[in-house]
Design a protein around this ligand. Sequence first.
Ligand SMILES: Cc1cc2nc3c(=O)[nH]c(=O)nc-3n(C[C@H](O)[C@H](O)[C@H](O)COP(=O)(O)O)c2cc1C
Length: 383
Amino acid sequence: MRYISSGESHGRALTAVVIGVPAGVPVDIADIDADLARRQSGYGRGGRMAIESDRALILSGVRFGRTIGSPVTLTVSNRDWDNWTDVMAPQGPANPAARVTAPRPGHADLAGIQKTGSADCRDVLERASARETAARVAAGGVARALLRQLGVSVSSFVTSIGSVSMEMPADPSAVDPDTVESSRVRCPDPDASNRMIAEIDEARAIGESLGGTFCVTARGLVPGLGTYAEAGGKLDARLASAVMSIPAIKGFEVGDGFAAADRPGSQVHDEIAHNGERGFYRRTNRAGGLEGGMTNGEPVWIRAAMKPIPTLMRPLGSVDIDTHEPVDASRERSDVCAVPAAAVVGEAEVAMVLADAYLAKFGSDCLDDIVAAVAAYEARITP
Ligand SMILES: Cc1cc2nc3c(=O)[nH]c(=O)nc-3n(C[C@H](O)[C@H](O)[C@H](O)COP(=O)(O)O)c2cc1C
């Protein structure tokens, strides 16, 4: 299962096409809309979020609430499109007044026009914009619908914003999603949440922006998803690729990640235990549920680092692409901090990789066959 997306930030709509979806998966558009709403929420978002209230529309691949084994197409309209028809018209003469000629540091603007030969940064920024992540969340909703049928849930929470961090819980997968969603920064630690909000306020007041870190967890996974046998199929590598593809993500860790490098092996690896109820299990889960490129039966947890938003209300220096004179970088309507939203996008990317790993191991045509294959596998490996 994988997706492609299309659409520009201020175009008519975003589209996601998800291919490889088995038949029989119940898809409730309300679940997808709820994820879209979570992507739009979070303290620190810009004015755009007040305009857009994203809703997904299913164009193909679902009948009477169930997938039918054909590609699932979803669109998310850009409600601001009506105000941008002269700037983003697919046909007709170019609008010279709408050109963007001051590329923003930290964005795709400059390398993008060099690469494509365009004389307008808007040709690049419209697609490079993280507005596209709404399509990812819609696509991820299809993956989550499949995973739900297999008893797998994917969640996320924010672990730091700017200089404010929460203490990492011993079991990140046990963090209560309702506690996360009750925080305006999607952080389960109320004290850290308040300090994060204060830091965002300070940043906004001085025209700054902030990054941070988040954790994505997945519970209910069978062991053996992914492979130790070939590089491209290693699940940790695939998760890294998917999460690193999210705009502004600059770091990725599996389990204890970079912190594990400082400690001796006895304080890093998770001892193997066994009992009649659980079968094999681990006494700790510092590995983040992944060993040898496969799930090991413990919850998966990964962390990602997001750089500060590059569009600054107090712009950095740039150079005009026509005159080569120094100018302020252009200003698009922008977020101050989007770490809570990026975490929701992270869930979608993780869900897509995990759903695909299930289909690779258990078949990909019919949900009932997949459920039966998972049950047979669990019976075989559980003594
Ligand atoms: C959910 C989300 C929202 C974002 N919002 C903005 C924004 O409002 N303004 C901005 O300049 N960058 C925003 N970004 C980051 C840029 O899209 C990103 O930094 C840029 O496309 C350059 O890509 P790179 O950082 O991966 O190199 C956002 C990223 C995410 C994941």
